[in-house]
Ligand binder design. Structure first.
Ligand SMILES: *Cc1c(COP(=O)(O)O)cnc(C)c1O
Length: 460
């Protein structure tokens, strides 16, 4: 592509993106594609000869866009919504253009140092103390994996990096029964096995029962297991409940366990001063993760990971072949020393642009507004006696159901999603099916939340 062709296509694609963002509500929010529909319309072999870019753009419009579930749609209320914000999109464009690989400081000093700076900004906004080393990962799942790998390395007498788990004691990990499945996947990948993760019961508001945690650890110690870490969650995936981190930190201190806090969705809300207390106790965590790509207007993917014991991460992952040795030595951060991966995308760029474009005040306004809208929606649910709320609403996620039972609630969710106008998801709470509406997309405004309630109420 010549420079002038690139400019021409660049402008056309920016126009395409801008139009798409403005009119994403003209697509069904949940794609109505059937399995195989999209594949069927695409050639099975790569084009032998160059194709005009017009043809690519036509297929983007004709085949791909209709086959998507539109996360940019203002009525996307499923899972945890995200925002492809304009400054974030521009950041992704620049990242792609620069195409630097930040595996070492010298392979792009500004990539490493900008990552350190934006993560320091965020750490301070969250009210976490200095002394945490920040690293950007793609997802919270990978952040948690790295935290638990570090815990495993420093709490097993033998060096797992050198000897593997052969002959090691049976390791144990603890998280509430509401914790995210990524904790269990880490246990699978780190050789603890799924049975190495103990699911701790929760109270009536879905928070970890600290007494049950203590008892589980004591029982494991009596039975010859080696407890290594507890994962506390701030903003659990189903109901956004908040584990009592300070009390869990006491227990970790008493038994010498690593405390990892998974605040993937809700953690970023602590940038709002009146919500700062949701992170009480996190200043004692060994590691902490929150995802700006969920609620902080940053396009997928960007997970912010903080670790107070970077030496443990290094012990778990540093391995420098001769050809990657550099003269800067320890005076700089070489990200590859702390991570499983070598290559590293320049993700900090988009986050930097997002923070600078909105400013802290803009980000705070956005979080506050979504919490207001969720409370408004919850009040609609409460004022209609056909419905009930199934959990408190500390953030922007509402779990509710029809009093009739699972069948009626399932039918409600199916009808709402089949409308193409609103997309909500579901979960199971204490054996009951719940519909789950989460607000997190910048483009979701009061009118969309009101319309969603109107649709839901009309289906019932
Ligand atoms: C979303 C979420 C995750 C998983 O996040 P990924 O970045 O998709 O890996 C983990 N934990 C919690 C609490 C979450 O909300």
């Amino acid at each position: 592509m010549t420079p002038s062709e690139f400019k021409q296509w660049g402008y056309r694609f920016v126009d395409w993106i801008s139009n798409y963002l403005e009119h994403s509500d003209q697509y069904p929010v949940l794609s109505n594609a059937k399995p195989g529909d999209i594949r069927k319309r695409l050639p099975s072999k790569a084009p032998q000869n160059p194709e005009p870019f017009d043809a690519v753009l036509a297929d983007l419009d004709g085949i791909i866009a209709p086959g998507l579930t539109h996360w940019n749609h203002p009525s996307f209320f499923a899972y945890f919504p995200t925002t492809g914000s304009e400054p974030g999109i521009l950041g992704e464009m620049v990242t792609a253009a620069l195409n630097v690989n930040g595996m070492l400081w010298r392979t792009s000093p500004a990539a490493t140092e900008l990552e350190e700076v934006v993560l320091d900004w965020l750490r301070e906004l969250l009210g976490l103390p200095t002394g945490y080393k920040g690293l950007i990962f793609d997802t919270a799942s990978m952040s948690t994996f790295h935290a638990l790998a570090a815990a495993r390395e420093c709490l097993t007498d033998k060096s797992v990096r050198d000897d593997g788990l052969y002959d090691a004691p049976r390791l144990r990990l603890y998280a509430s029964e509401q914790a995210h499945s990524s904790v269990e996947k880490s246990a699978m990948a780190l050789g603890l096995g799924r049975r190495g993760l103990v699911h701790i019961a929760t109270d009536a508001e879905f928070r970890m029962d600290v007494r049950a945690l203590e008892q589980a650890i004591e029982a494991d110690l009596r039975n010859g297991y080696r407890p290594i870490a507890v994962v506390a969650t701030i903003g659990t995936t189903s109901t956004t409940s908040i584990d009592p981190v300070a009390r869990i930190a006491d227990i970790c201190a008493r038994f010498g366990l690593w405390l990892h806090v998974d605040a993937a969705y809700a953690g970023t809300a602590a940038i709002v001063p009146e919500l700062r207390q949701i992170l009480d106790g996190c200043e004692r965590a060994d590691s902490f993760v929150t995802n700006p790509h969920k609620w902080l207007l940053t396009p997928v993917d960007l997970s912010a990971f903080y670790c107070r014991r970077p030496d443990a991460l290094r012990n778990a992952f540093s391995l420098t072949p001769d050809y990657l040795r550099t003269p800067e030595g320890d005076s700089v951060t070489n990200a590859m020393d702390y991570t499983l991966q070598l290559g590293r995308r320049f993700r900090a760029m988009k986050f930097w642009m997002v923070i600078r474009h909105y400013g802290v005040s803009g980000l705070q306004t956005h979080i506050r507004e979504h919490i207001r809208l969720a409370r408004m929606f919850a009040s609609f649910v409460e004022s209609d006696n056909r419905f009930e709320l199934l959990a408190p609403v500390p953030f922007s996620t509402v779990c509710f159901r029809l009093r009739g039972g699972d069948g009626d609630t399932q039918q409600l969710i199916d009808r709402v999603n089949a409308s193409g106008k609103v997309f909500i998801s579901h979960t199971t709470l204490k054996g009951k099916l719940a519909a789950r509406l989460a607000i997190g997309n910048l483009r979701s405004r009061e009118e969309h939340v009101r319309a969603a309630w109107k649709l839901i109420a009309a289906q019932s």
